[in-house]
Write a protein that binds this ligand. Structure first.
Ligand code: BYC
Length: 307
């Protein structure tokens, strides 16, 4: 009882819960679930953009894209390390991902069809990620909160590189502007889905808010993202593909159209355009890397013996 009270006091006082502190089993399990999904998203998220590294239009664009995709690998590492502080085994998490027993963000199951997608992912997908992740810098679990500080700094670079790329394309030819618009049309709705189901259908939000793992609900963050994106779209000169998107002075927010939740759940359940390809690619990369893991383990053992 004392331990439970101490945990509740820590959370209520907005102090951080640390790995060695007592915590309820449900709190630990929720964190492992969310952090693992987050880590998997970063690693799977390397694939759609990685698709364009070899076809970037200049050395500068290639260097930027390479750095961004490498950052995602780093984010995955910080997050897997945070999950390990809760007793999770990284190898096991990877196996669950490959077996389809753990989720990753729906957004990465859509294809990157044109180079404009690199800019739009930076602008919208990383923009949505920032909206969702900045509050996670204040999440109640210490190692997760600290990992998010660095992740967010890098994400804001990613968002800016996307916006800058789009600005460049929008001041180019008619064909370049059309490529950007077509890409925005494809990514807008899936970006809104990144925030998860509506609050009324979100099974985890209520408890996660009480534990201060989540600091805002899915709908609150989605609204923030819409409000943030509208002036950015206007500045870019693109149209967001939603005829119902309109400023509501009474609410002080933009109203927007109905999200296709049937599509969302299909993608989450594995039937999106690229789910099979993404998981298969990850499985193959993991298998191809087995010799590296074996060599590193053997080397570490040898060093330990020598010491
Ligand atoms: N996709 O109760 P809910 C990035 C699942 S990385 C798939 O609201 P919760 C980036 C949810 O897991 C982006 N599944 O859940 C990387 C739950 O199922 P389970 C990733 C989703 O956890 C590289 C069920 O639906 N960011 O941005 O309270 C390049 C009910 O949902 C999704 C993070 O992971 C989805 N979109 O709230 C560029 C951030 N949404 O587990 C960019 C950390 C929901 O009960 N995560 N589900 O079987 C979070 O903040 C929360 O986990 C979420 C969902 C807001 C995503």
């Amino acid at each position: 009882m004392d331990l439970e009270r101490e945990f509740e006091q820590t959370v209520a006082a907005d102090h951080r819960v640390e790995p060695r502190d007592w915590m309820p089993d449900g709190y630990r399990a929720t964190l492992v679930r969310q952090i693992a999904q987050h880590a998997h998203s970063e690693i799977i998220g390397m694939q759609p953009e990685g698709n364009w590294i070899s076809r970037a239009p200049s050395l500068r664009r290639k260097a930027i894209l390479l750095a961004k995709v490498q950052d995602e690998a780093g984010h995955g590492l910080y997050l897997y390390a945070a999950a390990e502080t809760l007793g999770a085994d990284r190898e096991e998490l990877t196996e669950k991902l490959i077996a389809g027993r753990q989720k990753y963000s729906s957004i990465f199951n859509y294809p990157t069809l044109t180079y404009a997608d690199v800019g739009v992912i930076g602008w919208l997908v990383d923009g949505a990620a920032i909206c969702n992740q900045v509050p996670l810098c204040r999440t109640s679990y210490g190692p997760y909160a600290r990992a998010m500080i660095r992740v967010c700094k890098e994400e804001s670079f990613h968002q800016r590189q996307g916006y800058e790329l789009l600005m460049t394309m929008m001041s180019g030819t008619e064909q370049q502007r059309a490529l950007v618009q077509e890409s925005v049309d494809r990514w807008w709705w899936p970006s809104l889905m990144m925030f998860g189901p509506p609050d009324a259908e979100s099974s985890n939000t209520e408890q996660s808010m009480l534990w201060r793992i989540k600091r805002h609900t899915n709908d609150e963050l989605r609204q923030r993202f819409v409000d943030m994106s509208v002036p950015q779209a206007a500045k870019l000169g693109v149209t967001l593909p939603d005829p119902h998107l309109v400023w509501n002075a009474e609410r002080g927010h933009h109203d927007f159209g109905e999200i296709d939740w049937t599509e969302f759940w299909q993608v989450v359940k594995g039937a999106g355009p690229c789910n099979a390809q993404r998981v298969e690619h990850r499985r193959k990369a993991h298998e191809d890397g087995a010799w590296v893991r074996e060599a590193a383990t053997a080397y570490a053992r040898k060093k330990e013996q020598a010491a």
